[in-house]
Design a protein around this ligand. Structure first.
Ligand code: SF4
Length: 318
């Protein structure tokens, strides 16, 4: 019997990217996989290798209330009476959603609603993978996240020039954003080298670099952003979902690390992690604090544009 399995990816872009290997492996193990996600991520989720369909749970919008959670669970059951729900999310609401589906097998990180509770591991991706393995995914099918490079919708920014480097100024938390001075220095150096650049980010991230006269895409749908990233020779950004999306598309990355730990990510030869070991307070938070507890924010401010350019040279991107 084909197992009908719902896999939740309800947080950010990076979390969806880290879920991709589990989707693929479950499909290879014969599961019919429904990827459950939020509206902004749905276009991207539809390109997930191995996903049979995508179910949209608008948990921050029309489905935000407990009644909305019940409605969403019922809609999922009507669309596909799932046997298994996998929830790599620690919230009570995800547990409630899983329980409300009535699926006989519910595997998750949270405290309530599951038939099997799994502890989180030390690294992203492996975290989600541990759930998939409990549902029957095979270790030989484990692979890094991947998305197709072609077939994405066009951006209003148009086609990018060959050799473009994407600069990603945003991140959910301010402490994870590369400082403006670093971005300015980087853009100046790349401009002097004749390297084309594009700034890419979410809606709220544009003011951060508002004064910089660059080609830019802010607030476009994620599937459009994926198409832009796929055209780039490399990306530079902080610990942000778009960096992880770029890596899933096979685009090399230089990651400007701040308060979070690069050790949570798997080893990746296509990525250079810039870190400053002379900042003893880092990492200070698993996901980044909203404000630097020590005020100086040296973990980000000590990065230098020359080091980023050198890393791009090591990657063969400039
Ligand atoms: S405490 Fe240290 S690691 Fe944390 S944000 Fe401030 S400078 Fe960065």
């Amino acid at each position: 019997m084909t197992q009908r399995t719902a896999l939740l990816a309800m947080a950010g872009v990076g979390d969806l990217v880290f879920t991709l290997p589990a989707v693929d492996a479950l499909a290879r193990a014969g599961h019919r996989v429904t990827l459950v996600t939020r509206p902004p991520l749905a276009g991207l989720a539809r390109r997930a290798v191995g996903a049979n369909d995508v179910f949209v749970w608008d948990k921050r919008g029309v489905d935000a209330s407990p009644l909305g959670t019940l409605r969403a669970a019922r809609r999922l059951v009507e669309a596909s009476a799932v046997h298994i729900v996998l929830a790599p999310h620690p919230s009570v609401r995800s547990g409630l959603f899983a329980w409300l589906t009535g699926a006989p097998c519910r595997i998750g990180w949270g405290p309530l609603g599951y038939t099997t509770r799994v502890d989180r591991g030390p690294r992203f991706i492996e975290d989600v993978w541990a759930l998939a393995e409990r549902a029957g995914a095979r270790s030989e099918d484990f692979a890094p996240p991947r998305l197709p490079r072609d077939g994405w919708p066009d951006s209003a920014a148009g086609k990018l020039a060959a050799g473009t480097i994407a600069i990603l100024p945003g991140a959910n938390y301010e402490t994870k954003r590369p400082p403006l001075a670093l971005l300015e220095g980087l853009l100046e150096r790349l401009g002097a080298m004749g390297v084309p650049t594009v700034l890419i980010g979410g809606v709220g991230e544009a003011p951060h670099v508002g004064a910089l006269p660059q080609r830019a895409s802010f607030g476009e749908p994620l599937e459009v952003v994926a198409g832009l990233l796929a055209q780039c020779r490399a990306v530079v950004g902080g610990d942000t979902g778009l960096v992880h999306l770029a890596r899933a598309l096979g685009v090399p990355a230089v990651v400007v690390w701040g308060p979070t730990s690069e050790a949570r990510l798997p080893d990746d030869r296509g990525r250079i992690d810039l870190e400053r070991v002379d900042v003893p307070c880092r990492p200070c938070s698993p996901h980044g604090p909203r404000r630097c507890p020590r005020v100086h924010h040296a973990c980000m401010r000590r990065h230098e544009a020359d080091a980023v350019v050198e890393s791009l040279q090591v990657l063969g991107a400039v």
